[in-house]
Design a protein around this ligand. Structure first.
Ligand code: FAD
Length: 393
């Protein structure tokens, strides 16, 4: 019998298990793969907020990064150098390291164990797994966005229209790498349309990917091919496209904060709670943050629905405003590339501010309501100007 069972040893589950174990709570961490991070797909970008939250061991950092380069739909480059470092990582290393921290704090990690169902009773929870039943006082669902467990406990918190299908390839970095290899790259692209491309430079490879609405999921590889055709000369400045190393595909939820990811004896965290920045797709930070908040709330050992509602309140306070704004930014900039072109090329400062405050530094500088209103007003102005100047993309 354990106090808390955490399902899934990704960044969310391991962070939560670590914080619970540190408080002396008997914690069982279940992972279906043979080691944490074995199959977890990710661009591998950690922003400065991630670095502050995670403090990753230098041995697992692939490369420290200086900021973003955003490529406009017409391939203008907007460099946002922040002077604070971000980093790139490989998820098999990051997730294994986070799980090791949880184990060192006293959590029990059980790999090769898939949770199949969760029953919530009056006196505890029962998690049925591929190797038997586990009992605890409460359960934390951290099994990612595609797991049925979250839906079975919290309902359908993943609006289909906000799910993205991603496809990415690791290419060898160019041998004579230049300045651009120090930056994370984001690409608006005519070939992608509604969606975004990215390139994360690592030690020897660059992870090049795209995300498109899940309704276009079947076409994602064809869209990727068109995207690299469109951007080939620019991409060849950083990666050697004749040397692909690894191909991966996965789904990511890009919505606003869901209304309810708690119930008596159960919380959802990370992707299982739909907590991914809906503009940038970065979710490692929100996974670890929500894991930490969940552990704080659970450590009171009051597992009633009322007590656990504090978790939702704290998630809303930390994430909702930024998510709402980033969601609006996704909807507007992805669907209107002409306005996006105008905005990126005429209003560098607001782009840099948005990237720094809302994506890169999340915890350090919280956007205020007036900044949010200002950004939307800026977008509306750009929309008007792009119409007047007749920019076409
Ligand atoms: C292509 C792509 C690129 C991305 N790039 C970035 C990026 O550059 N930076 C960033 O911050 N975020 C990125 N994200 C988002 C990020 O990967 C996720 O938000 C993050 O991994 C969420 O962590 P998590 O712990 O909630 O879930 P996951 O990382 O999905 O971990 C869930 C864990 O649960 C395990 N599991 C699943 N089901 C079960 C079960 N039934 N029983 C037991 N174990 C189970 C899985 O094996 C896995 O280890 C990207 C996502 C995608 C798809």
């Amino acid at each position: 019998m354990h106090d808390i069972i955490v399902v899934g040893a990704g960044p969310a589950g391991s962070s939560c298990a670590r914080q619970l174990a540190k408080r002396g709570i008997k914690t069982l961490l279940l992972e279906r793969d043979s080691f944490p991070g074995e199959k977890n797909v990710c661009g591998g970008l950690l922003t400065s907020a991630d670095l502050k939250e995670l403090r990753p061991d230098a041995r697992i950092v692939q490369r420290y990064l200086d900021g973003f380069i955003v490529h406009s739909p017409l391939h203008n480059k907007i460099t946002a150098k922040f002077g604070k470092v971000g980093a790139s990582v490989n998820r098999n290393q990051l997730d294994s390291w986070l799980a090791e921290l949880a184990v060192s704090a006293g959590a029990e990690l059980r790999v090769n164990t898939t949770a199949e169902s969760i029953e919530i009773g009056n006196s505890g929870v029962v998690v049925k797994t591929t190797s038997g039943e586990e009992r605890g006082d409460a359960v934390v669902v951290a099994s990612g966005a595609t797991s049925h467990l979250s839906r079975s406990l919290f309902g359908d918190i993943f609006p289909k229209q906000d799910m993205a299908m991603c496809f990415q390839i690791d290419y060898k970095l160019k041998e004579d790498e230049g300045e651009d290899a120090k930056y994370f790259h984001a690409y608006y692209s005519k070939s992608i349309g509604y969606g975004l491309g990215w390139l994360t430079p690592k030690k020897n490879v660059g992870t090049l990917g795209i995300g498109v609405p899940i309704m276009q999921g079947n076409a994602v590889k064809a869209i990727f091919k068109n995207f690299i055709g469109e951007y080939e000369p620019v991409l060849r400045e950083v990666i050697d496209m004749d040397k692909p190393v690894k191909r991966e595909a996965a789904v990511v939820p890009l919505s606003t904060v869901p209304k309810k990811v708690f119930r008596e004896r159960a919380l959802g965290i990370g992707d299982s709670a739909n907590l991914v920045n809906p503009f940038s797709g970065d979710g490692v930070y929100y996974a670890t943050l929500s894991g930490r908040i969940a552990a704080d709330v659970l450590s009171n050992r009051d597992y009633s629905e009322e007590a656990l509602s504090q978790y939702q309140e704290r998630i809303n306070a930390e994430c909702k405003e930024a998510f709402d704004c980033c969601y609006a930014f996704q909807k507007s900039t992805f669907s209107d590339l002409a306005t996006t072109e105008y905005m990126l090329t005429h209003d560098h400062e607001s782009t840099r501010t948005f990237l720094r405050d809302w994506i890169w530094d999340k915890t350090m500088t919280k956007p205020t309501l007036s900044e949010k209103a200002g950004m939307m007003a800026g977008y509306a102005k750009a929309k008007l100007m792009s119409r007047l100047t007749g920019i076409s993309v």
